[in-house]
Design a protein around this ligand. Sequence first.
Ligand code: TXA
Ligand code: MG
Length: 353
Amino acid sequence: MITKVLDVSSEPINIDFIREASRILQKGGLVAFPTETVYGLGGDATDKEASRKIYQAKGRPSDNPLIVHIAKFQQLEAIAKDLPENAKKLADAFWPGPLTMVVNKNEVIPYETTGGLDTVAVRMPSHPVALALIEESGCMIAAPSANTSGRPSPTKADHVYEDLQGKIDCILDGGAVDIGLESTIVDLTEDVVTILRPGYINMEMLEKVVGQVKIDPGIVYNDKGTTSGAKPKAPGMRYKHYAPKGDLTIVKGQEANVISAINEMTARDMAAGKKVGIIATATTKDKYKEGNILVIGDRLDEKSIAHNLYDILRQFDELDVDIIYSESFATPNMGQAIMNRLLKAAGQKTIAV
Ligand code: TXA
Ligand code: MG
């Protein structure tokens, strides 16, 4: 199959390209498209075959459910079995935007889309290309992140092309995405709203809207970097994910200590013939002596760190480094989401200095 790339990165959006992509979805094909978080790999959410094709293209385990993307609140009402009051409140506060809600499903969305679960994850993205595609196609779009399973989520159309070229019908290229980390997922099927995956919409923002909010104990790590023992409720959070090819270690501690520890380890590894990558920030980059140093962003601008994380991990894959050392980014608002992804990429490997 030849994957067609259509450029929708300039305003006004090229409606002919949106129509072309819409026809592919209506015929059961797959279209990758930009959202404000990461690129999604879309198919008609009500079409079992389309969902099967998504799993196949990504090499994704079929018990890991897809997120259904909608453009109107009524579409949530149409696929939910019972809609908790909090769904309306959260939609008013955060939709369209980077929040996914898990609710009980009715029969409209097939089990092929929900990985066999009786619940469905739903999100209304804010990216104009995503909204135009949902509206023009008339489809609710099932879309996981548009990466090969186990690779970092794509934040640029090039990343999608790298992973899925020849396996999907079309890529809508809307340029680099805004946020760069996947949406916050909340479970609304229990009494207390529960965060299943941290993201740009953080706990405080949610609490202001619905009162008490819990974090799924399965995604909480202790100081040693191990889990509490509970299994994450979102199936996708159970897999090793976002893994770069190089062996990634996060180094925590005071800045000066972190820098000297990374310099020492890098010298040792390079002497042993290894290729080393370092994830640095704008202010620390000049303090590293050797290795492949990439700047993730500015520590005072946490959005820049989120925005560049996956691209940096992919760059290290291309550089073919054996070992990667990263500073730690427990920043105030998005820190939990950033560290959640970084720790997963590192397989929880952390050194405190
Ligand atoms: O920002 C995003 O959410 C992006 C863009 C494309 O919208 N999508 C995304 O999809 O990150 P994906 O498939 O990579 O991650 C979906 C996550 C997985 O961890 C999956 O297990 C979880 O959502 N999930 C989906 N349906 C669920 C359900 N019914 N119950 C619990 N977790 C669910
Ligand atoms: Mg994903």
